[in-house]
Design a protein around this ligand. Structure first.
Ligand code: XIL
Length: 374
């Protein structure tokens, strides 16, 4: 007796949708079933099937690339790793290694460079026609202890910065769409040059040195300054604007500004202010990328808050679509199964486009609609 004889109309519909979704995922397809994946028992209509984000963008020849951080689940032993890879390649046409190109990941000791995991992400991107953002060369955080607890003179520190940037930029020469050369050089309140190994040893000159050294190693890859809380017009973005104006005026090779965009659901900066801020940076001749977007909410998330979050994603990404200098939006992970938020902001999370089971959330639909021109 055939199996379908035992199926009611509702379960048949459910089985069909399930099979369709599985087939689409299995062929690394271009479509994704939207929520809810399980129709009600009386519903014989398959869930609407929409094109994956990157397909929407590519079919409409959008200037804006849509990327994600590639993190701990990438090629891991975690049971969800295979699905993670499939969804990432299906949905995104850019990626940023979340931690794998940071100083402490690449340099366990001064003489040893450990590129394997970052290289595997770059190779995955090439296989799947994705751009890669390199992140990051000069940052106060995630430095190995052999640097931070070593005894170094100013001359030593200058040589260490040069040596690191030259080696790493050379290694990835011609393979990246952008380098975050300097990350988070300013504090928040008061806004001032942030301390840390490079600033303490070299003063603010380390910023210029980092850009010049990266450019000398690879003059073809766009070089970015990247920071958070600089999305709208405020004291911090004013300082970054002043610094980048000065660097540009003096011919320092800086090509873009990365707006990290780690936002709080329901409390994002004013959209008109983000738009005006993007406009002033682009008027300097800089490219703009949204580099680490997430929209955190209190957990467990209410459906109201998830709807607000969806609108927040839509409103912010529209600013990028509207400014021709903005050509990439990267989300800082795509599944709530793997995000830096809960460990850094206790009680908050659910900040991304897919839930823990890789089902698209309202935020996903909002971004998909926006890219679709809906
Ligand atoms: C975070 C990663 O997501 C975490 O896994 C890691 O433990 C700490 O760094 N700004 C940045 C990113 O530029 O590199 C940070 O990434 C998040 C804040």
């Amino acid at each position: 007796m055939s199996r379908s004889v035992h199926l009611t109309r509702g379960t048949l519909a459910s089985a069909l949708v399930g099979a369709l979704t599985t087939a689409l995922l299995a062929c690394g397809g271009e479509t994704v079933a939207t929520s809810p994946l399980k129709p009600t028992p009386t519903d014989t209509t398959p869930a609407p099937v929409v094109l994956a984000l990157r397909k929407v963008a590519e079919n409409r020849a959008l200037r804006v690339r849509i990327g994600t951080a590639a993190g701990a689940l990438f090629n891991s032993t975690d049971a969800a790793s295979t699905q993670y890879m499939t969804v990432m390649a299906r949905e995104f046409n850019a990626l940023t290694p979340e931690n794998e190109m940071k100083f402490s990941s690449l340099r366990p000791s001064r003489s040893e460079f450990r590129y394997a995991r970052a290289d595997s992400m770059v190779a995955f991107a090439a296989q799947n026609n994705m751009f890669v953002r390199g992140h990051t060369l000069a940052w106060y955080s995630q430095l190995p202890s052999w640097i931070t607890s070593g005894t170094w003179t100013t001359t030593d520190a200058r040589a260490l910065l040069d040596e690191h940037i030259t080696a790493v930029v050379n290694h990835y020469k011609g393979k990246l769409a952008a380098w975050d050369v300097v990350n988070e050089a300013f504090t928040d309140s008061p806004v001032t040059l942030r301390g840390g190994f490079w600033a303490d040893k070299l003063g603010r000159g380390y910023i210029e040195q980092a850009f010049r050294t990266a450019f000398a190693a690879d003059p073809s890859t766009p070089l970015y300054y990247n920071d958070y809380n600089i999305e709208g017009i405020n004291a911090k973005s004013d300082s970054v604007y002043a610094m980048l104006s000065d660097l540009k005026a003096r011919g320092v090779p800086v090509h873009g500004v990365g707006m990290q965009m780690h936002l709080i659901g329901g409390a994002i900066p004013d959209i008109a202010s983000i738009s005006a801020n993007f406009a002033r940076f682009s008027a300097l001749g800089l490219k703009i990328q949204i580099t680490e977007m997430d929209v955190r909410v209190p957990t467990p998330a209410t459906s109201n808050m998830l709807a607000t979050q969806a609108q927040n994603y839509r409103d912010v990404i529209s600013v990028c679509l509207q400014n021709t200098a903005c050509d990439m939006v990267v989300v800082w992970g795509f599944t709530d199964r793997s995000s830096w938020i809960p460990s850094v902001f206790p009680g908050q999370g659910d900040a991304l486009l897919f839930d823990r089971n890789f089902s698209p959330k309202l935020a996903y639909t909002a971004v998909n609609d926006l890219l679709s021109g809906k």
